[in-house]
Design a protein around this ligand. Structure first.
Ligand SMILES: [Zn+2]
Length: 325
């Protein structure tokens, strides 16, 4: 079977560098890698459907980010500025959240956990209906949002270090380190496990991410104070071109100083994506996925994906900027 991964990884590598923070989750490269790996943690009963469509799940891991170019309502689904919400008031249901905060506040501070649970319940229903198309599309979206929930800077209003004079930390953490160091990461996370309370698990992920955001920024500040400035950047070969960017030594020093946080959160993302897919299937009654294999995406799906890719391409060419920091 031909693999989508090289295409997806290539696309990810290009886009991750070019898009400003709130347009990306994990970098696109990392999202595709997370979905690709998560499939390997599923039980044989699920691999019946997920293995033949591993390429689809990998390629469409970034659909949710692509939609941000088209639908303004999509952007707040990818983050939750925990420090801007009163922590005593969450977790809470989406209904309670809508009663507690006006729409403009929810849009500004982000709605990641609430939206993610809605997509999770939609996936449970898709399994119950044995709707192969919906199972795959919703699995791709659910995986994306779960992975975003594992990123510390997606749970903080200081999402790029912009409030503390550390702009660029977001891309450094979620894009440059995964791109350059992930070949060294151990990404096999074991078998998917059932989540008795998926909503509680998701809020716990958010809580941990919010707490880790401070470490991400503090460690970088300490590192920058002692790492030799002239060794911070270098030229490296990428796609047959020499590019100026962070040196491998700097990336490794940062990852090591964070006690390998990027690797740990990437492993957590892979594990949680698989767990949520698995839990949705179990809670739907473990349907026989052999019966859901008749997957035919309709013309509307194809047109939507073409449209997203077209707009993404156009947007991308308009926001290209050289590496600088
Ligand atoms: Zn995202």
């Amino acid at each position: 079977m031909k693999s989508y991964l090289p295409y997806s990884l290539c696309l990810g590598l290009c886009l991750a560098i070019l898009l400003p923070h709130r347009l990306t989750g994990w970098g696109f490269f990392a999202h595709t890698l997370i979905h690709h790996q998560a499939v390997y943690s599923l039980p044989p009963e699920m691999l019946v459907l997920y293995k033949p469509y591993q390429e689809f799940l990998t390629d469409h891991a970034i659909d949710a980010d692509r939609r941000k170019f088209v639908y303004p309502a999509e952007a707040p689904r990818h983050y939750f500025d925990a420090d801007l919400y009163d922590a005593h008031q969450w977790p809470c249901s989406w209904t309670e959240a809508q009663q507690r905060w006006p729409k403009n506040i929810l849009d500004k501070n982000g709605i990641l956990p609430w939206n993610t649970m809605q997509v999770y319940y939609q996936l449970v229903n898709a399994f119950r209906a044995c709707d192969g198309q919906q199972i795959l599309k919703l699995s791709a979206d659910l995986g994306h949002y779960i992975a975003d929930a594992c990123v510390p800077l997606h749970a903080s209003s200081n999402y790029d270090g912009q409030l503390t004079g550390q702009k660029g930390t977001h891309a450094l953490w979620e894009t440059y380190i995964p791109e350059r160091l992930s070949p060294q990461f151990k990404l096999w996370v074991g078998k998917a496990t059932f989540l008795p309370q998926p909503d509680a698990t998701l809020w716990q992920l958010i809580r941990e991410s919010a707490q880790a955001a401070d470490t991400v920024l503090r460690v970088r500040r300490l590192l920058d104070a002692q790492f030799p400035r002239k060794l911070k950047r270098t030229y490296y070969l990428k796609n047959h071109k020499w590019i100026r960017g962070y040196s491998t030594a700097y990336l490794e020093a940062y990852e090591q100083a964070m006690h390998h946080m990027v690797e740990r959160r990437m492993r957590l993302s892979i594990s949680m994506v698989a767990n949520f897919w698995y839990t949705a299937w179990v809670n739907a009654g473990q349907p026989d996925l052999h019966k859901c294999l008749n997957v035919h995406f309709n013309q509307a799906d194809s047109l939507e994906w073409q449209r997203l890719q077209h707009i993404e391409w156009k947007e991308r060419s308009e926001i290209i900027s050289p590496f600088k920091e």
